[in-house]
Design a protein around this ligand. Structure first.
Ligand code: ATP
Length: 202
């Protein structure tokens, strides 16, 4: 999965529409402190389905929307678009019918986030699974934030296992197992309720 382009509009300090071409090879982003380098990495994580505001260095998810400055008013929405080269058709089935995948996440104040893949409305889960199946995503160890190396060195074995699972390309399965366990638990609860009803009728 190769990222081609990252577009931001109203996301954190990127108030104006910004279009970044990610060319072949190594891409470096340089700039003075506070110019928005980390915001770019966060935009990437966010469009892949990050749902923890804390991971975006905010108190709530709406904090990713441009909050205004002395010279400019706050924005009402933020949007991030990631374009992926899918010419080798490596995307998971269901998303594999075009050479380019365009994933859009947009958050509007008081209305939450909405996602689209190639113009079609999808759920957050669909986008998260798309990236998890491609062994990447918002929690990918390939995205290294400040202070994370020290965290990894001190990580508990369980957390290290997650990293190995992702390297092995099974994090999508891990997420599906978690969902299956939740469904199983809900079904067990329903069965207990059915037993209660049967007991009352007997
Ligand atoms: P450093 O080199 O110090 O790590 P950086 O280039 O990584 O800095 P960021 O941390 O990405 O910079 O950007 C911080 C800037 O983004 C700050 O100026 C902050 O005010 C601005 N910023 C963050 N969230 C918002 C927001 N919602 N609206 C407007 N500006 C924001």
């Amino acid at each position: 999965m190769r990222f081609n382009r990252l577009k931001l509009n109203g996301f954190k300090s990127f108030v104006d529409p910004t279009d970044l071409v990610i060319a072949d090879g190594l891409t470096g982003v340089v700039g003075p402190n506070g110019c928005g380098k980390s915001n770019l990495l966060e935009a990437l994580r966010w469009v892949m389905g990050e749902n923890r505001a804390k991971a975006m260095r905010g108190a709530g998810m709406e904090d990713v929307i441009f909050a205004g400055t002395s010279g400019r008013g706050a924005r009402n929405f933020a949007e991030v678009i990631i374009q992926i080269d899918n010419s080798e058709r490596l995307a998971p089935s269901g998303f594999n019918d075009s050479d380019i995948l365009e994933i859009v996440r947009r958050i509007t104040r008081d209305a939450g986030s909405a996602y689209k893949v190639n113009g079609k409305d999808v759920r957050a889960r669909d986008v998260q699974m798309l990236f998890a199946d491609a062994s990447t995503g918002a929690h990918s160890p390939a995205l290294v934030r400040q202070g994370q190396i020290a965290e990894l060195i001190n990580a508990k074995p369980k957390n290290r296992r997650r990293i190995l699972e992702e390297a092995a390309g099974i994090s999508g399965l891990y997420q599906r197992r978690h969902e299956a366990e939740l469904k199983l638990r809900a079904t067990e609860t329903n069965l207990e309720r059915v037993d209660d009803v049967i007991e009352q009728l007997a």
